[in-house]
Design a protein around this ligand. Structure first.
Ligand code: OOG
Ligand code: MG
Length: 261
């Protein structure tokens, strides 16, 4: 493990890069021995600071849970990160480009839990039973690393590129649809840019929640009731610019539109 002073210094850098929309070099350039555990220790330190400033945790994100995303980013292990309440935008809103570096948009299925989930191997059935509703989501990721290039250790320390997220469409009870085959189409200014099925996320997006709960368990934690969980993008992320309108249509679950300004 890195020294705690180094973890704090890396948290300083992430916090500064995120709040000033500045790019930084990968942390592994300066710290070749940095581990995934170190990166999650950076996330813990970030959360401690953000909560001390009155920011609130809304939930957690799983990322790099589909082959398309793993290949796009050149990594082969999922990442977990924090979703802060003040980064949630309403559906239909205009999202300012100010404060963002080189944002990309992902269509994801969100789970909102009603009971706590814990343990090393909760089943998909237990996850669905603990789910209050599932809902279409857009995640706006914005890596703080130059040219959106990173390794797993660095991206986790950057809170999994989290920057904004949007929930919309129709919240649905999970048993009201087959979550393993939800068709998803993403459009940029009316043109289709991504088309996929929810199956692209580990065969069933609840498996991303399952991995998240197992990972939390390994850290002596659980997923608390009322958490929002983003299960990860089923397609490659789409780069956006000011003026772009993005619509994601989810089979039987409605659609979400946002505009970047
Ligand atoms: C890391 C975050 C990936 C997803 O849904 O796969 C992610 C990145 O690609 O910058 O959020
Ligand atoms: Mg994502």
């Amino acid at each position: 493990m890195l020294e705690s002073a180094t973890i704090h210094a890396i948290a300083d850098t992430v916090d500064w890069a995120q709040s000033s929309a500045s790019t930084i070099a990968k942390f592994t350039d300066a710290h070749p021995d940095m581990s995934i555990d170190d990166s999650y220790a950076v996330q813990d330190e970030l959360l401690r600071r953000w909560e001390a400033k009155g920011r609130r945790l809304a939930g957690l994100k799983a990322g790099l849970t589909s082959k398309a995303k793993m290949e796009q980013m050149g990594v082969d292990v999922p990442s977990f990160g924090m979703l802060m309440h003040d980064t949630c935008y309403p559906e239909g809103s205009q999202i300012p480009m100010v404060g963002l570096i080189h944002p990309r948009v992902e269509a994801e299925i969100a789970f909102v839990t009603k009971t706590e989930l814990s343990g090393p191997d909760v089943s998909v059935a237990e996850i669905l039973a603990a789910t209050d509703f599932v809902q279409p989501a857009l995640e706006i990721i914005d890596s703080r690393f130059e040219k959106f290039k990173f390794d797993l250790v660095s991206v986790i320390a950057d809170n999994g590129s989290s920057s904004r997220f949007v929930l919309g469409g129709r919240p649905m009870r999970p048993e009201a649809l087959d979550l393993s085959t939800v068709g998803i189409v993403m459009e940029q200014n009316g043109a289709s840019v991504a088309m996929t099925s929810s199956a692209a996320v580990l065969g069933h997006p609840a498996r991303a929640v399952q991995m998240l709960v197992a990972w939390l368990h390994g850290r002596g934690r659980s997923l608390s009731a009322g958490s929002i969980v983003l299960s990860g993008a089923a397609t490659e992320a789409t780069p956006v610019e000011a003026g772009d309108a993005i619509t994601a249509r989810f089979q039987d679950m409605g659609s979400i539109t946002v505009q970047f300004v």
